[in-house]
Design a protein around this ligand. Structure first.
Ligand SMILES: *[C@@H]1O[C@H](CO)[C@@H](O)[C@H](O)[C@H]1NC(C)=O
Ligand SMILES: *[C@@H]1O[C@H](CO)[C@@H](O)[C@H](O)[C@H]1NC(C)=O
Ligand SMILES: *[C@@H]1O[C@H](CO)[C@@H](O)[C@H](O)[C@H]1NC(C)=O
Ligand SMILES: *[C@@H]1O[C@H](CO)[C@@H](O)[C@H](O)[C@H]1NC(C)=O
Ligand SMILES: *[C@@H]1O[C@H](CO)[C@@H](O)[C@H](O)[C@H]1NC(C)=O
Ligand SMILES: *[C@@H]1O[C@H](CO)[C@@H](O)[C@H](O)[C@H]1NC(C)=O
Ligand SMILES: *[C@@H]1O[C@H](CO)[C@@H](O)[C@H](O)[C@H]1NC(C)=O
Ligand SMILES: *[C@@H]1O[C@H](CO)[C@@H](O)[C@H](O)[C@H]1NC(C)=O
Length: 470
């Protein structure tokens, strides 16, 4: 009997019932999961004194022992918009904060286990530069555990950046698609346009690239915040196209998400693809929000905000609610999307943006040169940093989702109902102190001694990025 199971038993009052339940759970698991062996290895320890754990409610604690999770320098694929140390940032405290949920502990991060989890899978990030930031974080997190002899590459193709760790069959991709639907901002490199034109009803061009992903992670907020945008009915360049400039930022976002949801409903393989939507990533341009003088922003900030419940004035709850209700509505149509509520935990981190310590892809104006505040990037996040937490957290959720998928829970309950008429406390897997044990999984490493490092590295650094402030 494993340690996990002992703990479970020990903490329950009615050992006998607990034992029956446990057996039922295990048997159900064996029969009902696709991946039953792995599943058993990943069982978590339910904790009776904590009915559930909201991973997004907690605080940042300084932890210079286990953080940072990787070194910026070892991260060969990170873009220059996120490498703050390289661009002269001297205070490195921002790399050493750990997110501590109130009611449970996150498991220790284990890159090898993460890579193992991605073996044979395609993980796809879709969205704007914040998802690109997170995509970069994901690459940084796994890179140290890829043996140097393994071939890995980063390829730029169309609107995608594709990372492949060949021996693991793992593909991690990012698709630039800042508004999810089609727009005139869809070029991976050149997307700065005067007037944003959006085809709110057209998504196929992007979405056809999503269908073979095992894990799909969306984000889209920032690009909708412009006060005015032009909606397009019909195709770009078509003579009968209709253009209409509109305000109504919430309404147009709603329209686009409805196009997104309709497409998802009919094209996502529910048996294969796990879906996530990132909560909006907050920015820190208004120093007044945390008690600074007018005109101050994230520049020169070196500490998180400790005021629990802090909510920046520029975070648009309305936009978040639109996503939440789109997701809720999709669920009623039988498609589950996990919403990763990272807004508030990130909102505490005024210290974690690049501010002036990044590469700029356009030349600075006179004001920007004279006054550092005016060129501060308070949108993206330095790496190592906040997106690492989004990633670790997400993977956790993924494991939990695997175990707690509604269908399976139903099956277990049905099985139990058949087996015994127990008026049982339902076994609902919960977030608890997790210890995932992957060590009985064989870690295959073909590793023919091949070229050190990445064949596409110079290619990527010769590219000019223009993630800008969005
Ligand atoms: C359950 O969680 C509580 C609060 O976090 C903790 O004090 C307790 O030790 C945990 N119990 C077990 C069995 O892990
Ligand atoms: C971690 O931080 C503590 C307190 O700031 C300090 O005393 C200690 O030397 C630091 N340890 C390392 C390994 O940097
Ligand atoms: C990778 O995929 C190929 C083809 O699908 C398969 O033959 C091979 O065994 C896989 N390798 C690993 C390490 O999973
Ligand atoms: C998904 O799984 C269900 C039940 O396991 C099965 O009936 C269905 O055909 C599967 N769908 C696809 C697209 O594989
Ligand atoms: C930045 O912070 C340091 C230390 O807190 C302070 O001495 C300095 O004046 C600040 N710089 C600006 C431009 O506010
Ligand atoms: C997201 O988390 C915040 C607190 O961190 C909470 O107020 C809000 O209700 C949560 N939203 C959802 C949809 O769970
Ligand atoms: C993980 O499981 C293996 C075999 O199943 C066992 O030998 C090992 O001690 C376990 N590790 C931990 C940390 O529980
Ligand atoms: C991380 O996971 C790997 C593979 O699952 C395992 O061999 C290793 O012991 C783990 N490391 C830690 C520190 O738990």
């Amino acid at each position: 009997m494993t340690k996990t199971q002992k703990l479970v038993l020990g903490s329950w009052k009615f050992h006998f019932i607990a034992f029956i339940l446990l057996i039922a759970f295990v048997i159900a698991t064996l029969f009902l999961t696709r991946d039953s062996r792995r599943f058993l290895e990943q069982q978590t320890t339910p904790n009776d004194s904590t009915p559930s754990c909201d991973l997004f409610s907690g605080k940042w604690v300084y932890d210079n022992i286990s953080y940072p999770l990787y070194k910026e320098k070892q991260c060969s694929f990170a873009e220059d918009a996120f490498t703050c140390e390289k661009y002269g940032r001297k205070d490195l405290k921002y790399q050493k904060w750990r997110w501590q949920p109130h009611d449970c502990d996150l498991p220790r991060f284990n890159a090898t286990a993460l890579l193992e989890k991605l073996k044979g899978k395609k993980l796809l990030f879709v969205g704007d530069s914040l998802n690109r930031n997170q995509f970069n974080s994901m690459l940084c997190l796994i890179e140290p555990s890829i043996p140097p002899s393994t071939s890995k590459s980063l390829i730029w193709k169309g609107n995608s950046i594709i990372f492949e760790a060949t021996e693991y069959n793992a593909t991690i991709e990012f698709h630039w698609s800042p508004l999810l639907v089609e727009s005139n901002c869809d070029d991976l490199v050149n997307h700065r346009v005067q007037t944003r034109i959006i085809r709110v009803k057209a998504i196929e061009k992007h979405a056809r690239q999503w269908t073979d992903a095992d894990i799909l992670i969306f984000d889209s907020f920032m690009w909708w915040l412009k006060p005015k945008m032009t909606l397009l009915w019909g195709s770009f360049g078509s003579p009968d196209a209709i253009y209409k400039e509109v305000g109504m930022r919430h309404r147009r976002f709603e329209m686009a998400l409805s196009t997104w949801a309709d497409w998802m409903e009919f094209h996502i393989n529910r048996n294969r693809t796990k879906l996530f939507f990132m909560g909006s990533s907050p920015f820190h341009f208004v120093g007044k929000d945390w008690g600074m003088d007018t005109g101050r922003n994230c520049y020169n900030e070196t500490e998180p905000i400790f005021d629990e419940g802090y909510w920046g004035s520029t975070t648009d709850r309305g936009m978040m609610q639109i996503v939440e209700s789109a997701i809720y509505e999709l669920e009623t149509r039988g498609l589950k999307v996990d919403y990763l509520n990272i807004t508030q935990l990130s909102d505490y981190r005024k210290d974690a943006h690049p501010s002036i310590y990044r590469r700029y892809y356009t030349s600075l104006t006179e004001e920007q040169s004279a006054k550092p505040e005016s060129r501060s990037d308070c949108v993206h996040w330095c790496l190592p940093g906040v997106p690492d937490v989004w990633n670790v957290d997400r993977l956790l959720r993924m494991m939990m989702a695997q175990m707690a998928s509604a269908g399976m829970r139903r099956s277990i309950l049905r099985y139990m109902a058949r087996g015994a008429s127990l008026a049982a406390p339902p076994i609902v897997p919960r977030y608890g102190p997790l210890e995932c044990n992957f060590s009985s999984t064989v870690f295959i490493c073909a590793s023919p001694p091949s070229t050190a490092g990445c064949p596409c590295r110079s290619y990527s650094s010769s590219h000019s990025f223009s993630s800008g402030n969005e």
